[in-house]
Design a protein around this ligand. Sequence first.
Ligand SMILES: [Zn+2]
Length: 479
Amino acid sequence: MLQRKKGIIVFSSLIVFLLSFVLNPVLSEEKPQVIPKESKRISEMRKAADAEIDALSGRLIEINDWMYHHPEPGFLEFEAAKMLCDELKKHGFEVEMGVSGLPSDIDRLKVVGGFPEDYSGPPGIPTAFKAKYKGRSEHPVIGITVEYDALRGDPPFHGCQHNMQGPTGIGAAIALAKVMEKNNIPGSIWVIGAPAEEVGPPAKALMAKAGYLEGADFMFRSHGTAQETLRFPGGFSARHIRQMKYTFHGKSAHAQQAWQGRSALDAVLLLFHAMDMMREHSEPQFRFHGIVSDGGEAPNIVPQEASALIWIRHLMDETPVGSLTPKKAREMIEKKVEALDNMAQAAALATETTVDIDHYGEYNPGIAVGVLNDIVFQCGVDYGGVKIGERAVPRHWEETGLATLVVPGAHVSIGTEGIPNVAGHSQENADITVCDAGHNSLILTAKVMAATGLRLLMDSKLREQAKTEHAMWLEKYNK
Ligand SMILES: [Zn+2]
């Protein structure tokens, strides 16, 4: 019996060991080479771009730190957008602010999602921008997306490290433009300023729908600091979200004679209770998040109006890889939305109130391009990124999904020495961006981004390969 137990223990340890290797293998102690070696000329250009970034580093860190101390929430990032645009203009980029061709109800949807009702500034998305540098030719166009919104709060704060994205992205873009200019390299560099990543409706998806990304051949984006340098395959991935607001209408009364009124807050509480019941019967990759955005005015008044903002999130990357197509994933999340709407109706019925339902934002599964991820990974390894490993799950370049269908791209995230493991969307996460390790990460990521851009600008074979792969995934996307 003991013998058998021992055997089981040895066998299960072996399985655990093998499983951990499959899930998170360290590629090798030696630097892996996953794409063909670059030409001598690309290496030279890469060094020139590094020197440009080193020369810019003081200013990039200054911008990063300024944004940390002056956080602005989504759709209201006026100072941050201006600062990035001014810097780009100084280095010869042509800048255009705002987005044309947005849906006519964009301002209403913003208010539904929590945008201040008393806002009196310009309508639409005035803090979006497109900055262009044109080299010897229009194409290939290498685009870099930057975000600069802080998390909402009182005061807002950079718990998602978006204060780093702008300086990282413009550092890479300016360096690329300078090297292209001095060496007569064909192509263009764009910087796309994408506001309000943290709120809905998702600005990047609206911008993509409005044709804002048309003409870009490839897009890159960074997202703050990282502890690991990872290789990701191509395929479908998702931070799949639906955003809803439920507004209940009841009847106010003195709380002492509550029978004369009907509480809209009761309906909100019932809705949350029902949502909690649904959690247990939902697949583990689902998340339900909500806040009471209006819970009434005072305890002695029966709340006449109350509302809740609720997001349903479906993490396709927490399902066994390849087991879900985007189409199937979409069907699954839509069923949850339908269930939640039914619960809201039921809560209204039970409390003798009425409910208005607003679906104000939608994020869809995205496409990850393995070749582009490989170029980023290779550059990350070459630049000394730490904790080199591999993931079996695809990772796409931005979270609204839609933009990844329009332009192939990759996310740039490079493991840097000394980055602590803290919770995302926390003050500790914000604080990393202004310490030495955070500053080193900013410069390292900018260099890797510029190196990746250069490789694509100067290697038509890899460009071709990336476009073919993107087209292949796109073809399978709706099947
Ligand atoms: Zn973020």
